[in-house]
Design a protein around this ligand. Sequence first.
Ligand SMILES: C[S@@+](CC[C@H](N)C(=O)[O-])C[C@H]1O[C@@H](n2cnc3c(N)ncnc32)[C@H](O)[C@@H]1O
Length: 283
Amino acid sequence: MSTLKTIGISTAISRRALLSLGGAVLLSTPGPAQTNDKPAEKEPNLDAPYVPTPQDVVDRMLELAKITGDDFVMDLGCGDGRILVTAAQKFGARGFGVDIDPKRIVEAKANAAAAGVSDKVDFGIEDLFHTPIGKASVLALYLFPHINELLAPRMLKEMKPGSRIVSHGFGIGKWRPDKEDMVAMRHIYFYVVPANVEGSWRIKEDGGLIYTLALIQSFQRITGYLEGVDGVRLRNARLAGAEIAFALETPNAPRKDFSGIVDGETISGKGFTATRVSKFAPR
Ligand SMILES: C[S@@+](CC[C@H](N)C(=O)[O-])C[C@H]1O[C@@H](n2cnc3c(N)ncnc32)[C@H](O)[C@@H]1O
């Protein structure tokens, strides 16, 4: 045992030492004796280990996300591709999965072929931190909490409002899930990507009334107030993807309900339109 250990350590050290010498030295010194041994493959640097999601958890993740044939599902750190293969087989969804470990991509492609869904899903060797996610209508994750948190700003920026995220095991930082479930002692977290509505909005009612509404946003939660007007309260403010709704209430007038669709810098609603005049709401 101790001999084996000693050999292992000395091999590791000499390899590291050789590498640290750099290419120039290696070129100018005789190389090691040629053998038929294959060079050891470089192990990828994993940010999360390979632990596949059990099939019953995969099934529930896809149910929670209400996958349909119109969805494009992405799995960052896809392992053997089971989430995407199931999404394609059961619901007809298309998708793309990435993994930094080439072994996993070989397995994922083989699994897709065996399931007859290679025309729907594909897989690539990529570092998930560099994979664009804007095309995903659903993003599947089984990573560490700190990775989810690192990815959150990109989810909010790159993914379209209304697209969904389903995560096995861990939530996404301070973002409160829209739904949660538990299968076989495993947590599943579900999120809908909210539109960005933070800021001041000039609201024009069809009747001619114009006022400025300040909206303060934390993920899908919004609060706000009318700028420069006392005694009006914003009630029941809700944001679900691109759908926004709120009510304005004054002590002596009937409450007014608003609902509309956010599209970048405008909100089109029943009886009103709104234009964002500043991305920062005065607080
Ligand atoms: C916990 S497994 C999840 C596998 C699969 N998503 C599932 O749920 O069955 C995490 C996967 O992330 C991959 N991974 C780790 N770091 C990565 C990185 N930086 N880029 C891409 N994939 C990575 C691992 O190789 C592993 O397959």
